[in-house]
Design a protein around this ligand. Structure first.
Ligand code: PLP
Length: 358
């Protein structure tokens, strides 16, 4: 028998979460499937999201793979071309391309073909990561509008705080002022903005995390903040089993560094899941986990291939008992919060050795 760890991917939950997005907006939906669909697997996820109007990702090889598998939607390269050799592929496979920096305009200038490319001009409205300064957008727009390689233009921006109390107001104002003179399509919203700020929906929304059934909002922010309250269903459930059980006495310690010390006699289970599977090594004792559907916590340091859980109150748990690290019944956001990170990082971190069951 192989190690008992598996990641179950519930494709019907992906379809459901896309419907939640549909009901929340009349804009076209560009499903963000970067990082192998946030760790869920590119092709089966795209298949479950086939009702989306477009797909956004980073790697041109993934974009080509989608086209070769028959996807006809808009496919947007979120970071655009990295080198001039990307452009013939962009053209051949009819990919839309973000333009965020002057060197990408220079690539277009030296690209010989005329009139083929669909470009998404990215405006830096305050995140200061990618995009043109608002004061440069006018000149860039004039150049692109008459550029021989460009077929059509969409204006886009990305929010830095849509999931937090400070919200999108400042960036929305900057973007709207910059975009006002142009009659082109616009795209602003990530999952958090889609769910909370209808004024950002414009022509295309770009949800990612919500499609995978996790809430973009930090624990306790706003009234409707958990995935369940938002009507989202978890797509990935990471499960394994107990492979060893022991009793320890007062003062005994568990795992590397002995960072956990028992204050009372305890029953401890060892789970076949470690940081080499993508479980965060920095998750502290007490990080929640389900054993046979009941909630308990991890104990001591996570090792490469194993972690320990408290079975003191779970007298029926034994070798072979099922453990849910996150997913159905154990929101990934809660595990992430306990480990000092976000659901995105946990989902994307699933490693190649974990069998994926669709
Ligand atoms: C990743 C990404 C998104 C999706 O963000 P979520 O918070 O996962 O909804 C949208 N737009 C851009 C530009 C992105 O890079």
């Amino acid at each position: 028998m192989p190690r008992p760890i598996q990641a179950h991917i519930d494709l019907s939950a992906l379809e459901h979460n896309l419907q939640v997005a549909r009901r929340a907006t009349s804009a076209r939906i560009m499903a963000v499937i970067k990082a192998a669909a946030y760790g869920h697997g590119l092709l089966h996820s795209a298949g479950a999201l086939k009702a989306a109007d477009g797909f956004a990702l980073l790697d041109i090889r993934d974009a080509v793979q989608l086209r070769e598998n028959g996807f006809r939607q808009v496919i947007l390269l979120l970071e655009g071309a990295f080198t001039p050799d990307d452009l013939p592929l962009v053209d051949e496979y009819d990919l839309a391309c973000v333009i965020h920096s002057p060197h990408q305009i220079a690539m277009l200038d030296s690209y010989p073909r005329r009139g083929g490319l669909s470009v998404w001009l990215k405006v830096n409205s305050g995140m200061n990561r990618l995009g043109f300064a608002p004061s440069d957008v006018c000149a860039v727009m004039e150049k692109l509008k008459s550029h021989p390689a460009v077929r059509d233009i969409t204006l886009m921006t990305h929010f830095s705080h849509a999931d937090e109390a400070s919200g999108v107001a400042a960036q929305l104002e900057v973007f709207n002022a910059v975009a006002a003179p142009y009659r082109v399509a616009r795209s602003l919203a990530n999952s958090a903005a889609l769910l909370r700020y209808p004024a950002t929906h414009a022509d295309w929304v770009r949800p990612g995390i919500m499609l995978y059934g996790a809430s973009p909002f930090a624990h306790g922010s706003g009234e409707q903040h958990t995935a369940q309250q938002l009507g989202l269903k978890p797509v990935m459930t990471l499960q394994s089993r107990i492979i060893s059980v022991r009793k320890i006495g007062v003062g005994e310690r568990i795992g590397y560094g002995g960072v956990f010390r028992a204050e009372a006699p305890m029953r401890v289970g060892v789970v076949a899941c470690g940081y080499a599977d993508g479980y965060p090594r920095h998750a502290p004792s007490g990080t929640p986990v389900l054993v046979e559907g009941r909630r308990t916590g991890i104990l001591g340091r996570v090792s490469m291939d194993m972690l320990s859980v408290d079975l003191s109150t779970l007298s029926t748990a034994e070798v072979g008992s099922r453990v849910t690290l996150w997913g159905e019944g154990m929101p990934v956001e809660e595990v992430a919060q306990a480990a000092g990170t976000i659901s995105y990082e946990l989902l994307c971190a699933l490693t190649a050795r974990v069998p994926v069951v669709v």
